[in-house]
Design a protein around this ligand. Structure first.
Ligand code: ADP
Length: 303
């Protein structure tokens, strides 16, 4: 089960990003379904997991597009409410030719995800289930959801992303597995993380409250820290063209493997394969791999 954000990404490509007060004419508007929660739900579903998503969209035209996008990938959307007051979440993304971008997020209905969703979650989780959370819905909701998930005997995975500068480690709920990238690991641990050795040190700090920790390091792979022991998991060498959503592919795959009863190291290996494949295609949702692709990267005997 995933409780989290659902956004429509509205993208305009431009020759150069506008300066404050400037108007720049770009290419035609592109629309992509997004949101970390929704992307991670789809990532897990494409690898064969049964996924229920809890969250909110608005009572507007975007909602249909967002719900259909999730349902097309086999995600159960029956727990996604239409909020009467706030519009669907959206991200306004300006991309300069050459790659630089600026992003403004309007959380809208995502910011109203609260006790109603946590109530649904408590009734719907069973021991052995996996609950996946991120930080694009209110932190208080993430905290109560994590408690409810653990109370129901589920394994709780928190992808602590995005991290606001004001967020401290102690404000995060206790979870079974914390997944962060190097930037998030640096901010939360107060240590600079640039390589696997730094990631191990940061993970030891982040895991003090009892969680297992994964620090992802892009092309440098990932570090898994579990009960005082660190393991480095190498990245797959691939032809990367766009790293967008590598982290979402990784988290969705890890959750899928854990729900299938696999160990943390095996789950991280599946996550690394999914993350690597996501970098070989342009876009976010469009780059999340299917099971057959992951199997062929891992070699058909491994899974
Ligand atoms: P985020 O998107 O959250 O910053 P990362 O970039 O660390 O996350 O990517 C998550 C995982 O995806 C990495 O741990 C790695 O296994 C895989 N990955 C990401 N970028 C690459 C790459 N360029 N080559 C191979 N694997 C990659």
């Amino acid at each position: 089960m995933v409780l989290g954000s659902i956004n429509l990404d509205l993208v305009v490509r431009l020759a150069s990003l506008p300066r404050p007060g400037e108007t720049v004419v770009g290419d035609r508007l592109l629309r992509f379904p997004g949101g970390k929660g929704a992307n991670q739900a789809v990532a897990a579903a494409r690898l064969g997991a049964q996924v229920r998503m809890l969250g909110r969209v608005g009572n507007d035209g975007f909602a249909e597009e967002l719900l259909n996008g999730l349902a097309d990938d086999g995600v159960d959307v029956s727990g996604i409410a239409r909020d009467g007051e706030e519009p669907s979440g959206a991200a306004l993304i300006l991309v300069e030719k050459g790659g630089q971008n600026t992003i403004a997020i309007a959380p809208g209905a995502n910011w109203r995800v609260g006790s109603a969703e946590v109530g649904l979650l408590s009734g719907g989780l069973e021991p052995g289930d996996v609950l996946v959370l991120q930080l694009e819905v209110p932190l208080e909701t993430v905290r109560t959801a994590a408690e409810a998930g653990r109370g129901a005997g589920a394994r709780v995975v928190l992808n602590a992303a995005p991290v606001q500068p004001s967020l401290t480690l102690s404000a995060l709920p206790a979870v079974d597995l914390l997944v962060v990238n190097e930037g998030e690991a640096s901010r939360l641990s107060g240590l600079e993380v640039r390589d696997p050795a730094g990631a191990e040190q940061a993970a030891a700090v982040l895991g003090r409250a009892g969680s297992a920790v994964v620090v992802t390091l892009g092309a440098l792979g990932a570090v898994l820290w579990e009960r005082g022991k660190a393991e480095r998991i190498a990245a797959h060498p691939v032809q990367s063209v766009d790293t967008t959503a590598a982290g979402d592919a990784f988290v969705g795959a890890v959750a899928c493997a854990l729900a299938a009863g696999e160990s943390y190291p095996d789950a991280v290996r599946l996550g690394s394969a999914a993350g690597a494949l996501a970098t070989t295609k342009l876009g976010a949702r469009s780059s999340l791999p299917w099971l057959a692709e992951v199997r062929s990267l891992l070699g058909s005997n491994t899974r």
